[in-house]
Design a protein around this ligand. Structure first.
Ligand SMILES: Nc1ncnc2c1ncn2[C@@H]1O[C@H](COP(=O)(O)OP(=O)(O)OP(=O)(O)O)[C@@H](O)[C@H]1O
Length: 274
């Protein structure tokens, strides 16, 4: 995949997302109520790239699961594309930290899985699936089994599966968390190129402040549990962004500094003493 890709005019425009005062409580086996999200409100415009960062356990995955329709908010409003979200949304594609490819299926058959689940014409979608695999550097790997691929290659295949239907909303939960630094950097660049081409809405959860600022139009910082929005930060940098150059950009450094200070205020990060 290259960053020269231009926006795919035939592709979807993204869908908007609205969260209004979302509360999520879990009941433990002992009957204790755990409040994971505490009145979270967020408006995401169609086509926006949102990164969500926050300390471990603050409710990031809970939020993503609610958006993916895998879980329900205890109270509050969840709208996707202007309509209340009820269950998995047809416009949403999801990528998790683990690729969850089916080991007995070929890479191509994994990418085509959502097509089969929806009862669409598998054969008609084979060229698109092969093109997607080629776009992410997996040309010629369609017939392989997932076990024959590296972690980064499997994650690329997982992304192809999530976008085979050109979802208007791409939900990503720490998709690059398990990758080595070099593979992660390349995947970040490739994701930017993909998003610039598809024009969809992306909600991207990460522990990496640098990848959040690099990729996002807005970085949302969640407080320690129960998750609330501590900071909603616009990143004002032109695209496509280049990894090394972006790190030297004053706007990049300003945004990194703001997020870090937010974590320091909460005691999530500490400055060195002395
Ligand atoms: N099914 C559940 N039952 C009880 N508590 C839960 C359940 N799922 C999540 N929690 C709790 O809700 C809180 C938020 O969990 P969540 O997985 O959303 O955090 P996170 O920010 O994604 O964490 P991490 O960054 O470590 O992945 C945690 O305290 C967790 O223990």
């Amino acid at each position: 995949m290259t960053s020269e890709l231009t926006r795919d005019q035939a592709g979807p425009t993204g869908v908007s997302v609205r969260l209004g005062a979302v509360v999520k409580e879990f009941e433990t086996e002992t009957g204790e109520l755990i409040r994971a999200l505490d009145g979270l409100s967020l408006d995401v415009a169609a086509g926006e790239f949102i990164a969500i960062v926050g300390p471990s356990g603050c409710g990031k995955s809970t939020l993503l699961n609610i958006l993916a329709g895998l879980d329900r908010a205890s109270t509050g409003l969840v709208e996707i594309g202007g309509a209340p979200a009820r269950g998995p949304h047809p416009e949403a594609g999801v990528v998790f930290q683990s690729d969850y490819l089916l080991p007995w299926r070929s890479v191509l058959d994994n990418v085509l899985l959502p097509i089969e689940i929806k009862g669409l014409d598998r054969k008609a979608h084979v060229p698109a699936a092969e093109q997607l695999l080629a776009d992410v550097g997996l040309a010629g790997f369609g017939a392989k089994k997932p076990s024959e691929l590296s972690g980064g290659m499997r994650q690329r295949a997982g992304i192809c599966r999530a976008i085979i239907q050109k979802p208007g909303l791409l939900l990503m939960d720490e998709p690059f968390g398990a990758l080595d630094a070099l593979t992660r950097e390349q995947m970040i660049i490739d994701l930017q190129a993909l998003w610039l081409r598809l024009g969809n809405t992306v909600i991207f959860i990460t522990h990496g402040i640098d990848e959040a600022v690099f990729l996002a139009d807005r970085v949302i910082v969640l407080s320690p549990r129960p998750g609330r929005i501590d900071l909603d930060l616009k990143v004002d940098m032109a695209r496509p962004r280049q990894w090394a150059e972006a790190h030297a950009d004053p706007e990049f450094q300003r945004c990194i500094g703001e997020v870090r200070r937010c974590f320091e205020r909460r005691g999530v990060l500490h400055r060195a003493q002395g």
